[in-house]
Write a protein that binds this ligand. Structure first.
Ligand SMILES: [Zn+2]
Length: 143
């Protein structure tokens, strides 16, 4: 059932979106954290990313992996970096007052970094994706 769900979700995402940015997580290192291991392996993050990779190639969409450093701690509005507990579900910025779900805030940051990393494609056209968040998937460490 899990594999079926991952196939369907990855197929839907690569057919619906021409640009996908994900965190390049060191999942193997993260599962050594016994507290997080169950959640990470349950989410099958590595399998899902592999599916996204090959389906993105066949559908012509672009998948970019971004460095996960501070994506959860950076304010997506003003760029301030804050200390956050992994248990806080809401992100709130003490600098500009922006507040939203922490996964949404991190997703916006991942998209921005992915946009910055995107290169012109082989035909010389920009592959700049839309500037809005179109999908949010809970990060594997989310409890
Ligand atoms: Zn802010």
């Amino acid at each position: 059932m899990r594999m079926d769900f991952l196939h369907k979700l990855s197929r839907t995402m690569t057919e619906r979106y021409n640009f996908i940015a994900v965190e390049d997580l060191n999942v193997n290192g993260m599962v050594h954290n016994h507290f997080l291991a169950k959640y990470i392996t349950d989410a099958s993050w590595n399998v899902f990313i592999k599916m996204l990779e090959y389906k993105a190639v066949t559908s012509g969409s672009i998948l970019i992996k971004v460095n996960p450093r501070n994506t959860s701690r950076t304010c997506s509005r003003c760029g301030a970096v804050a200390e956050k507990s992994p248990y806080q579900r809401m992100f709130s910025c003490s600098v500009c007052g922006f507040a939203c779900d922490r996964d949404l805030n991190a997703s916006i940051n991942i998209l921005k970094v992915g946009q910055d990393l995107s290169e012109p494609n082989a035909r010389g056209h920009s592959v700049r994706p839309p500037s809005s968040v179109v999908a949010v998937v809970d990060e594997p460490g989310t409890i």
